[in-house]
Design a protein around this ligand. Structure first.
Ligand code: GLU
Length: 451
């Protein structure tokens, strides 16, 4: 009842273009339905209503010059959603699809993800509709500098610490950090995901993907007494998260047979050649995956226009475990049907909300282990927090230390959400487990700090 009322009022106050935000809120509130009545303070302090309303939405104009001295203007944003658990924390996305609606969804999800890490970080997200594809290095540098000129008054090591996301990697964070330093003369851990040369943490680039696999390994071991060794896995995406998910899966002896970009998908039955994918995609190279099949005989490229209707080529491939690591809503109901039909036992999200609500429902109904991104992809932001820690204490941790801490943290997240699901009578429903466990921590903090 309370939940329905909040959703209805949100639908009225948000525009239709905010549908991903409404989708994310609806999923979380539905999970929370059984617990909102268990503690009268939630209603008394209007916790749910406050939780679905961002603290502030900052929007600014970013003007920059291309290599021909032509002026361009993009929208820049930072959405600071909730800082009850710690400084606002979350990535910056540079992609033409970026809008307040998309960022509200991502910032909202980030509150819960960050809460699940058990670390002191609040939820935020930002970015721009700037498209890095096809831009020269100098153009990207000028854009990042212009972006930071607008953003810098709103961030700080104890205020709000942005990081990367789609379209923003160590290179962009380096340019953003350089500009912040030039403006403020302050060498502070105000961004995470920095290059190692000036304050970045070892393993931050690998963290999200490796964390996804550590989570999957633990979930499969605990729930099914299974390992990933020798298993066929499918991965979508070819960006930072996908590449490091594939890398760790391969290290654990899995056979990864797919990857994809926004234009098409690769199927390589002998196992994805990761060094070739890196050659095509890393460091801002946006070369087509079509080039992969020219080099690897026996592999197959499917253009997006040839995908099944309402489906994705990657999810048509039989697998033991599927890892959607590209973007939101990329695994549909029909894809889920296909995965079930092909005997897939688990779907572990690497991207943020890549599976549609009806697909999740089907997977869960059919007994496929499903992990939401806010749990399984939390390794990235967790290592960002490790970076904040290292910056604050002027320390540098070695690779093994970060790796061990990440593995331990991902196992803890699995444990926390599995136990919570059990406690609330929804065993193996990791969506509810994650939402409830994350909510309880944030709600308690909100109550304790007063209105
Ligand atoms: N963009 C990443 C995420 O979705 C990382 C955020 C961060 O490191 O602050 O969690």
């Amino acid at each position: 009842m309370v939940v329905e009322k909040i959703l209805a009022s949100l639908e009225k106050s948000n525009c239709v273009t905010d549908n991903t935000f409404l989708q994310a809120v609806s999923e979380v509130l539905t999970s929370l339905e059984p617990i909102v009545k268990t503690d009268s303070r939630y209603e008394q302090f209007a916790i749910l209503e406050r939780l679905v309303t961002p603290d502030r939405i900052i929007q600014f104009k970013v003007q920059w010059l291309d290599d021909n001295n032509q002026v361009h203007i993009n929208n820049g944003y930072r959405i600071q959603f909730n800082n009850s658990l710690g400084p606002y924390k979350g990535g910056l996305r540079f992609h033409p699809s970026v809008s307040t609606g998309v960022l509200k969804f991502l910032a909202f999800e980030q509150i819960f993800k960050n809460s699940l890490t058990g670390l002191p970080i609040g939820g935020a997200k930002g970015g721009s509709d700037f498209d890095p594809k096809g831009k020269s290095d100098y153009e990207i540098m000028r854009f990042c500098r212009a972006f930071m000129r607008e953003l810098y008054p709103y961030i700080g090591a104890r205020v709000d610490v942005p990081a990367g996301d789609i379209g923003v990697g160590a290179k962009e964070i380096g340019y953003l950090f350089g500009e912040y330093k030039r403006i403020t003369h302050n060498y502070d851990g105000v961004l995470s995901g920095k290059p190692y040369a000036f304050g970045g943490s070892l393993m931050r680039p690998q963290a999200t993907g490796y964390g996804v696999v550590y989570f999957a390994r633990e979930m499969l071991a605990q729930e099914l007494q299974e390992s990933l060794e020798g298993k066929i896995c499918t991965v979508s995406g070819a960006g930072n998260v996908a590449i490091h998910t594939i890398e760790k899966l391969q290290q654990l002896g899995a056979l990864v047979v797919t990857c994809s970009d926004s234009e098409g998908s690769i199927y390589d039955p002998r196992g994805i050649d990761l060094s070739l994918v890196r050659e095509l995609k890393e460091e801002g190279r946006h070369l087509s995956l079509e080039k992969y099949v020219e080099r690897i005989p026996g592999s197959l490229y499917t253009k997006k226009s040839d995908y099944p209707q309402n489906g994705h080529a990657v999810w048509q491939v039989p697998c033991f475990a599927a890892f959607p690591c590209a973007t939101q809503n990329e695994l549909s109901f029909l894809d889920a049907q296909k995965l079930v039909e092909n005997g897939c036992v688990s779907v572990v999200e690497g991207a943020n909300m890549p599976t549609t609500p009806d697909a999740i429902e089907l997977l869960q109904r059919e007994g496929v282990l499903f992990s939401p991104g806010k749990a399984s992809n939390a390794g990235g932001v967790a290592v960002s927090e490790f970076e904040m820690s290292q910056n604050a204490s002027m320390e540098k941790w070695d690779f093994d230390k970060v790796d061990r801490k990440l593995d331990e943290l991902m196992r803890q997240i699995y444990k926390r959400i599995a136990l919570t699901a059990k406690e609330y009578g929804v065993e193996r429903n990791f969506v509810d487990g994650a939402n409830i466990a994350a909510f309880k921590r944030v709600a308690e903090a909100m109550i304790l700090e007063g209105v």
